[in-house]
Design a protein around this ligand. Structure first.
Ligand code: ADP
Ligand code: MG
Length: 768
């Protein structure tokens, strides 16, 4: 087989929904395919409008076959050039081929991924029937759908996008399109809402065919395990929260309670427990009947001692807004698990929000698994190649840059104290700013960005701050961050999806900035994950522009403290090389933690699928009547009273409600089990085995109990004097709402892992 045939055979296999081959291929074997596409693109270029229409028409009329790959790529590239005036680079076509093959294309920032995705999206749509293009936020979903829209339409593909404030009707319309741009959260929330529909006409999703992720590492690695949640009903938050907040405020570290910085865990010491018992007058706090106050006080302590205002969350419009660690921006719609969320609200003296019962949940990883075809692109995948392959079976292919990358990544500067570091930062910024060269400073938290901003103000340096507090101004600040004399201080926000043009917008002084050396990126911290650091560096040196980057770090940084590096380095001259090594170890450990947690989730996801399939059969009336088959007498009586059609409809709705209720209760039980499961390990049992055993048993109970519940509900049904039926529970659901849980379950597990990390790290650094 020629190289061409091999590659195109793999692509076609993927497009048709078969497992992609697992042969690792170098970029070179794509060459022949590229040549073919370029030859065809040159032909199309010469063709006039009417003739082109005929060609497009012909393409759209054919069923998918091998020979269409080159044709659809060439047409997409040709239309891009005609409509946007941008000629796709070969490396962009290469990226598109890699994605069409079900892989991850690693393409650096500024290489034009938005455009590169287009031929792949067209091929996927043609072959599979539809594509979701999932991107980091609503703004990008709308921007990209609009920007690329005419290209799709010219090829007779419909295109739509979904954003948070859209109605169900608008969403349904968008999802009916061939190409849909959205965030994974919106797709996931709609999926959860669909699972609670009581009538098929309420569904908004179409069947899933293909998905292409932009910034795939952000979604499938950083956020993969975060559950999306749909909740309903009112559960008034416990009165106790305010009292507990007051008590927690008075307790003292190491006397009353202890914390574990690594695992972010907190526990009461004897003295503290005694104080709580006196304050609450509840007797022995560890008594079984005191589970509620104990949980509330632990949540309050957690909120008080471990969650930091302006780092982990900010207070905005009288409410708590969580800050996304990876993106440095407000994580919209994200909360902590119910009790902790209430505790933080109480800590900040805010009105307590009502908490609902969780009706359904899915992680992004499991959502992804619902698509038969997955592919994606990002600037930073290589360091996570192993994880992509292990978890998702996705290979990462690094695509060369269009022009050689000439950014200079300077060696880190390491300081003993934060104060030393800040001093040096201000001096460096002052110095470079004097030349007019634009500077982008990436900080680790809102608080840090503001502290540095204050220092710069003192030093008389004009600058912009971009953080979770003012993200409305984002597009505008970023657009000017490359202008002459610009100083921009940002949290990780400036990381993704945004292009920083040199010379500002419009790029008036581009040449001046090029002469000054391009954008200078300064990082004030290393992140746990090297990807996040690479993202920051990647803001500079796009498309062969000059640029440089440098990290300023200190031994008092969070990363150093949390993993005990500072201790380990106490008596030694710190070495910069050690840091990257440490990051690598932490990444490896994080992967291990994620893999362990995955084992706990898998069973629940498998069960969710069973429930979902059952529910779908009921919803579409494909299921037999439980009444007819298990309670024939009751069925006949009700048939006479209500009529067969009405009875069928009632049974359908009631069954759906019962399934949802049972599932929701089941989820609550599982959550409780998870909290308690680590105690099992004390008894010498393996927590995972115990967990699997218990969940399997209670799921079986759930399934077995369903029919009985339905029969039971109907046997209490009575006709009232007006001929209306009575005794049936409400058949309409109250309001539901959706959010994302920012939880760190299995604290004990994380703790053990973290301790192992510290040991490893100290050994590495001290070379023992
Ligand atoms: P990325 O997502 O890879 O960081 P973007 O898709 O945001 O990059 O594109 C960055 C910039 O490059 C955009 O302004 C876009 O118009 C431009 N661009 C992309 N492809 C081309 C091309 N083939 N020729 C010229 N400019 C391009
Ligand atoms: Mg992008």
């Amino acid at each position: 087989m020629t190289a061409f045939n091999e590659v195109s055979a793999r692509i076609v296999k993927f497009l048709l929904g078969l497992r992609p081959g697992s042969v690792r291929e170098s970029g070179r074997s794509y060459d022949f395919l590229l040549q073919q596409i370029n030859r065809r693109r040159a032909q199309l270029h010469e063709i006039d409008g009417t003739q082109l229409q005929a060609i497009i028409h012909e393409l759209r009329c054919q069923a998918w076959n091998d020979s269409l790959l080159v044709e659809v790529f060439a047409l997409a590239a040709d239309q891009t050039e005609r409509i946007l005036g941008l000629r796709l680079f070969d490396v962009q076509l290469l990226g598109a081929l890699v994605m069409s093959e079900g892989k991850v294309a690693e393409m650096q920032t500024g290489e034009g991924k938005t455009l590169a995705a287009v031929p792949a999206i067209c091929a996927l749509t043609l072959a599979s029937g539809g594509v979701h293009v999932l991107t980091a936020n609503d703004y990008l979903a709308q921007r990209d759908a609009t920007w690329m829209g005419d290209i799709y339409r010219s090829l007779h593909f419909s295109v739509g996008y979904v954003t948070q404030q859209m109605t169900a009707e608008e969403r349904r319309k968008a999802y009916a399109c061939d190409v849909v741009y959205a965030t994974p959260n919106e797709v996931g929330f709609d999926f959860l809402r669909d699972q609670l529909c009581l009538d098929p006409s309420e569904l908004v999703h179409q069947p899933f065919h293909s998905v292409l992720f932009d910034e795939i590492d952000s979604i499938l690695i950083d956020e993969a395990r975060i559950p999306l949640v749909i909740a309903g009903g009112d559960m008034t938050p416990p009165e106790m929260a305010h009292r507990c907040a007051t008590i927690a405020r008075r307790l003292r570290l190491n006397t009353d309670y202890g914390i574990d910085e690594y695992a972010r865990n907190v526990h009461l010491l004897d003295a503290g427990a005694a104080k709580v018992e006196t304050a609450l007058r509840c007797g022995n706090l560890y008594d079984l009947r005191n589970v509620q106050p104990l949980t509330a006080i632990l949540d309050a302590l957690h909120a008080e001692a471990l969650l930091r205002r302006d780092v982990d969350y900010i207070v905005k419009n009288n409410a708590i807004e969580l800050v996304d660690e990876f993106k440095g921006r407000i994580a919209e719609n994200r909360r902590w698990a119910a009790g902790l969320q209430t505790a933080v609200e109480a800590k900040e003296n805010l009105p307590l929000k009502k908490q609902g019962q969780i009706l359904g949940a899915i992680t992004l990883e499991n959502l992804t698994a619902l698509y038969p075809r997955i592919c994606g692109m990002t600037g930073t995948a290589a360091t996570q190649a192993e994880e992509f392959f292990k978890i998702y079976g996705l290979e990462v292919v690094a695509i060369p840059t269009n022009r050689p990358m000439i950014r200079v990544d300077e060696k880190d500067l390491l300081f003993r104290t934060k104060a030393d570091k800040e001093q040096a930062l201000v001096e460096e910024i002052t110095c470079v700013h004097a030349t007019g060269r634009p500077i982008l400073v990436g900080t680790a938290s809102v608080a840090e960005s503001e502290r540095l901003s204050a220092r710069l103000r003192q030093a008389g340096i004009p600058h912009h701050v971009l953080n979770a507090r003012n993200d409305e101004a984002e597009a505008q600040i970023i657009a000017q961050a490359g202008a002459l004399g610009a100083v921009t201080i940002s949290t990780n926000m400036a990381g993704r999806g945004t292009d920083i043009p040199l010379g500002g917008t419009p790029p008036r002084q581009r040449q001046t900035i090029l002469d000054l050396g391009g954008l200078y990126v300064i990082g004030t911290n290393r992140h746990e994950s090297r990807r996040i650091d690479h993202q920051l560096r990647g803001r500079s040196g796009r498309q062969g522009d000059p640029g440089s980057s440098r990290f300023f770090i200190s031994l008092e940084d969070d990363l150093m403290e949390r993993f005990g590096i500072r201790e380990a380095l106490r008596d030694r001259t710190p070495e910069v090389e050690a840091i990257e090594h440490v990051q690598r170890i932490i990444e490896g450990q994080n992967l291990e933690i994620r893999q362990t947690l995955r084992k706990y989730e898998q069973i629940i996801e498998a069960q969710r699928r069973i429930i979902h399939a059952k529910r779908r059969d009921v919803l579409t009336a494909a299921d037999r009547s439980v009444l007819a088959s298990h309670a024939p007498e009751l069925f006949q009586r009700l048939c006479l009273d209500l009529g067969g059609i009405r009875l069928a409809e009632l049974e359908r709705r009631l069954t759906l409600m019962k399934i949802d209720e049972a599932w929701s209760n089941y989820l609550a039980d599982v959550a409780e089990l998870r909290c308690g499961i680590h105690w099992v390990s004390l008894g010498g049992k393996n927590p995972l085995d115990e967990y699997l055993h218990q969940t399997a048993m209670s799921f079986e109970r759930l399934l077995n109990g369903l029919d009985e519940q339905i029969i039971d509900a109907f046997s209490h049904l009575q006709l009232d004097p007006h001929g209306e039926w009575a005794g049936l529970p409400g058949l309409d659901r109250g309001a539901t709402w959706t959010y994302v849980i920012n939880d760190q379950p299995f604290g004990d597990l994380g703790e053990r892992m973290a301790k192992a990390i510290v040991q490893l790290v100290s050994q590495t650094i001290t070379g023992q």
